[in-house]
Ligand binder design. Structure first.
Ligand code: ADP
Length: 605
């Protein structure tokens, strides 16, 4: 049994508890994991939107090239130059201003005496376009078609805004590392950290991945056919696209883009999100000051500096970002909390189940151990119980058989002893057989209506000679009123015999036994047979155990009283099979009272 308990502990209990402990530890990280999972999901969306935005801006170059080509088709470059500002604005809504520069540094359009916007432009850019000044710009250039620049062997085809080797080659004199205007939540290792730190500093590098290069316009162009550049003038973003027509590669036509129109063009990018995600998050196009330029949920407001995830658009729109904001930021901790609670409850249930299972197994093991011990005791008790009467029977029958006892009185006495011992043997064997039958569910009762008065009187009469000869004073109180019960007569007699023989066995010095039959007062339809003695009494704590199989409160070793621990078990089982019970209580003044109660029947036998 101990080995079994050890195997159970090693194979089931300890691993289960370790697993439960690990699961409880992992509970703490659930919120972080959930947030991480979500941020990965939304990061993908933000990256895609940022890519789409960059592609749309890239397409402005193509649009400009197409418009210019159309304009040049109708007229020759020289005649277009003078009116290019007005012409391009008239033909391309995205253009806010048109300019023309010759490769040798002459600004051909707009004219210095033109409209105010043109004058401002010239103030900001004429020295740069004329190659007399370097500026910090974010640039992107495109190569001329191969047939135009056939002499340039080293040109490479490039279409990317951010990784253009030619632009990078342009001596990046000064590279500023700028911080991003937003701090996405995924930059923190844990949500708790954000809550704990009121003005959080990013746990990871939050510097922008785009940085300006300081360059002259001529240097920027190199041998490229077209390109674009972005620049901040007084914190206002200027976006310029330019093109060297194949017809006249010595002239650079360019346009400054209208930012509000560009934003209109980019607006659909915020609405490309998956529908299920759109119900939970808002996609926002953020400008360089982290102000929303366009958003998927127009009425949504929040702290724009703290998106859940964000991606920079790149050199095409420097320091502009696609930010994703949770519509209900409390939902994440709430779901994490719910998840934690569910998991916690499951773990608690698991631990409780393991605990209950272990307790049941230990209890059962203990029960099995106790039963095994009791069975061993039973075998030795039964052997003893069989041996004692058999020895007396053999001794007295030998004495009588050898004719050594001539006195008639003695002969009667010995015969009486032989009869009593035989009855004891019969009782013992009956008890053992009956119990075995009951255990197998084979015990059948022959129920009939009989008078309890008769059963009690007959049984007492049967035992009276033996008890009297053993020096017992037996008081019998049976009422004149007849008490009918529906029962197996022999089985009832067996209960009474067992109770009386216990009263005899555990009588001690005071050999006084009473048996009383009555209708139970206050409980109509119930009769009780009470067997009272002034004997040893049932030790405290054993009041219920004495009804268990093989249990003996006074064992043979210590008390010297023989027994098997079956009499009361049997008595109770028979009584319960008849709808009644056998109970024990302490008797005032010492001794015990054993009560058999049974339901009565109205019918007379
Ligand atoms: P047995 O008498 O063979 O041991 P029982 O089932 O009849 O088995 O009784 C169980 C135990 O209950 C006894 O061992 C004894 O300790 C206790 N007991 C039964 N009857 C009495 C009684 N009248 N007085 C004191 N103890 C009793």
């Amino acid at each position: 049994m101990k080995k079994l308990a050890l195997i159970f502990a090693v194979a089931v209990l300890i691993p289960s508890l370790v697993l439960a402990w690990l699961a409880i530890r992992s509970l703490k990280d659930q919120q972080f994991l959930l947030e991480r999972q979500q941020s990965l999901l939304y990061q993908g969306t933000a990256d895609t939107a940022a890519r789409q935005a960059a592609d749309l801006i890239e397409s402005c170059n193509d649009e400009f090239a197409a418009v210019l080509e159309q304009l040049l088709r109708g007229q020759d470059p020289a005649s277009l130059v003078a009116t290019f500002d007005e012409t391009i604005r008239g033909h391309w809504p995205l253009a806010q201003l048109g300019f023309v520069v010759s490769l040798d540094g002459r600004v051909l359009c707009p004219k210095p005496n033109g409209r105010a916007e043109a004058r401002d432009f010239l103030g900001d850019y004429s020295r740069f376009l004329g190659n007399r000044e370097t500026l910090e710009v974010y640039s992107n250039v495109k190569q001329l078609p191969a047939q135009v620049l056939a002499n340039d062997q080293k040109q490479q085809e490039s279409s990317s805004w951010s990784k253009d080797s030619s632009a990078n080659r342009l001596n990046a004199v000064l590279r500023n590392t700028q911080q991003r205007s937003v701090v996405p939540q995924q930059n923190y290792s844990k949500l708790e950290q954000q809550v704990a730190v009121p003005a959080p500093q990013p746990a990871v590098d939050n510097s922008s991945r785009v940085s300006p290069s300081e360059t002259e316009f001529r240097q920027l162009i190199g041998e490229q056919s077209r390109g674009s550049l972005a620049r901040y003038v007084d914190n206002k973003l200027n976006l310029l696209v330019w093109q060297r027509p194949a017809k006249d590669p010595g002239t650079v036509f360019g346009a400054m883009l209208s930012l509000p129109r560009l934003v209109e063009k980019l607006e659909p990018v915020t609405r490309t999100m998956d529908r299920s995600l759109a119900a939970e998050a808002c996609v926002v196009l953020l400008d360089d000051s982290a102000r929303p330029a366009a958003k998927s949920h127009p009425s949504f407001q929040t702290n724009w500096k703290r998106p859940f995830v964000a991606t920079e658009i790149g050199e095409a729109l420097p320091h502009w970002e696609i930010g994703i904001y949770l519509l209900d930021p409390a939902r994440l901790p709430r779901s994490a909390g719910l998840f934690k609670l569910t998991l916690g409850l499951l773990i608690a249930l698991l631990v409780a189940t393991i605990g209950t299972g272990s307790w049941l197994i230990v209890t059962d093991l203990n029960r099995q151990l106790a039963l095994a011990r009791k069975k061993t005791d039973f075998v030795s008790n039964v052997s003893h119980e069989l041996k004692t009467p058999l020895t007396s029977i053999r001794m007295f029958s030998e004495l009588l058989a050898e004719g050594r006892v001539t006195d008639a009185g003695k002969q009667r006495e010995y015969l009486g002893i032989i009869t009593a011992e035989t009855a004891r043997l019969t009782r013992l064997i009956n008890n053992v057989l009956d119990l075995a039958k009951m255990d197998r569910g084979e015990k059948n009762y022959r129920l009939q209506t009989c008078l309890l008065n008769e059963v009690v009187c007959e049984t007492v009469d049967l035992l009276r000679p033996h008890l009297s000869s053993a020096g017992f004073q037996l008081k019998v109180a049976v009422p004149e009123e007849l008490i009918p019960v529906r029962a197996d007569r022999d089985a009832l007699a067996q209960i009474v015999v067992n109770l009386l023989s216990n009263a005899e066995k555990y009588a001690g010095e005071q050999k006084e036994i009473s048996i009383e039959l009555s209708r139970k007062s206050g409980a109509p339809g119930r009769a009780e047979v009470r067997v009272l003695d002034r004997g040893l009494g049932v030790p405290r704590g054993c009041e219920e155990k004495i009804f268990e199989q093989f249990y003996r409160a006074h064992d043979s070793l210590n008390s010297g009283i023989p027994g098997t621990g079956l009499g009361l078990t049997l008595a109770r089982q028979i009584a319960r099979a008849h709808g009644g019970d056998v109970c024990q209580e302490r008797r005032e003044g010492g001794g015990s009272v054993f009560t058999l109660w049974l339901p009565t029947t109205a019918n007379d036998p």
